[in-house]
Design a binder for this molecule. Sequence first.
Ligand SMILES: C[S@@+](CC[C@H](N)C(=O)[O-])C[C@H]1O[C@@H](n2cnc3c(N)ncnc32)[C@H](O)[C@@H]1O
Length: 283
Amino acid sequence: MSLDPAAYAFLKKYLLEGIGYDMGSGKEYLVEARLTPIAPLHGCTDATALIRKLQSQPAASLRQAIIDSMVTNESLFFRDDVPFQYLRNEALPRLVKARAASRTLRIWSAACSTGQEPYSIAIILREEAAKLGIAGWKIEILASDISTNALNRAKAGIFSNFEVQRGLPDATRTAYFEQVQQGWRFRQELVTPVRFQQHNLLDPPPSMGPFDLIFLRNVLIYFEADLKSRALARMAQALAPDGSLFLGAAECILDPNAPLARIEGAGSSIYRRKEMSHAAQLR
Ligand SMILES: C[S@@+](CC[C@H](N)C(=O)[O-])C[C@H]1O[C@@H](n2cnc3c(N)ncnc32)[C@H](O)[C@@H]1O
């Protein structure tokens, strides 16, 4: 049976209001492809019945299962390369100078999916530690996502052959991964520990900020425009005055009222708070 239009309309509104996801129109095929496989796990025959169950008995576990199935968790190590070069060569050296007194760095990977992004950051920190002179510093890496499935995979740190072949140089794979029965285990004991927690980008940022670096990559493309602006305003508040916000390579901020300005010459979509970019121009 094909998806009932009323069920589709309900799910569309539910995801928009709940997680900011703008599904658009004509995505019935996507909903069916994502929800049909999990319907029997919740005692339902098909995707329509599953959505109707969500509507009539919105249990937290069902809500989470539907969100987990509808989001796109695509990620890879050192995705797009350029932002990670910028992190290594520009952002970290500058921040380390600025934090010489507090010897503290706080980094947030705000839609971390299955962990490739925070682990890429942790690898760079370890590789640059001696050069930067950050041994003994307090470095916190927070990684969050709305999807508990993705977070569980991220915490386990086990990746398939395919996943470790995407974006990872051979030498990095050899240094930071070991082969286990289920695939390749990221050797978390070698790097700054990553703290994983569930967080919805529509909610206020985690209280442990302000963050020196925020990675918010390849997630706002799915957001409705107003909710995107709201999430970005919150990110700006959570960012240290001299911090940097990394968006996905193909993402940008078009809203002229946004409190963030693109860092020219970074070669990627990296932003700072507007008052800082103004101060930089005056210098
Ligand atoms: C395509 S992945 C991006 C992963 C990583 N940042 C990267 O660029 O490789 C998008 C992630 O955003 C998460 N996500 C979607 N809506 C969210 C929300 N409202 N709050 C937090 N995370 C969300 C999804 O669960 C998914 O893991």
